[in-house]
Design a protein around this ligand. Sequence first.
Ligand code: G1P
Length: 302
Amino acid sequence: MIKKAVIPAAGLGTRFLPQTKAQPKEMLPIIDTPTIQYVVQECVDSGIEDILIISGKGKRSIEDHFDKNFELETRLQEKKDEVLYTHLKHIENMANIHFIRQKELNGLGDAIYHARFHCEHEPFAVLLGDTIIDSVIPVTQQLIDSYEQYGQTVIAVETVPWENVSRYGITVGDNLSTKVIRLKELIEKPDRKNAPSNMAIAGRYILTPQIFRALEKTPRGKGNEIQLTDALQFLLKEEGIVATLIEGKRYDMGNKMDFLKTTVELALKRKEFSEEFEEFLRETIAKIDEERKNNPVKQKNF
Ligand code: G1P
């Protein structure tokens, strides 16, 4: 049984500046819902209600989001807006959420090390706070299923285009089944020419408390940071690690293009927007096609 999850959410979000200058990237909205709420929902949908968020400087709005907002609730009650009121109550009661601050940004491995007192006796899930995965079965549940079968550290993987391998932790291993791989090697963000595969770590993990001992031995790696991938490579030599190929579509919200695509794709899935928004998109494309026929391409930069 996996009962706890850790969500690292302390990163600076430099890929999304200037928006992330004073706002956490984990609060970037998908229409009206912050990214991290989707991540917390994935935990809850996977049966996990004890969540530790690794927060940091400038991340106070994450705490506020999951807290009670008395004034707003009173106002909604007065306005008899039952729908929004119920929604707000749902958010504050979603899970039992704790926070710890990472005071210095020393990498994902260091962020996870901050969970050692909370998770020292049991395996736990890790979900990166800026990544959402749209799937039928929550990806954390997919990993829990593998953990229950293999009883070892499990990491989510997916194939990525070769030109993108240097953005990810890359793994190599032998297939145990169509979906599960016994890992032989993990490398954090290799150059394309040194990458042994294009099987990338996809931002979800089931870790055992042994990871904390491995992290203590892990020197600074890529980007002069303590990398979780390097600690996992240590652990691999001591005990096995399996990787599960995820079934779902991953969106990295810290990346501007992914942010745009996510907004469009998820808006098309929302009942209240889908019809009108689809019509708008079709008209927009038709207009672009028409303009292209008549004029050379013009681009506006804001
Ligand atoms: C982190 C991990 C990397 C993983 C990636 C997935 O990198 O270190 O192994 O592939 O998340 O998004 P980051 O994107 O935080 O630099």
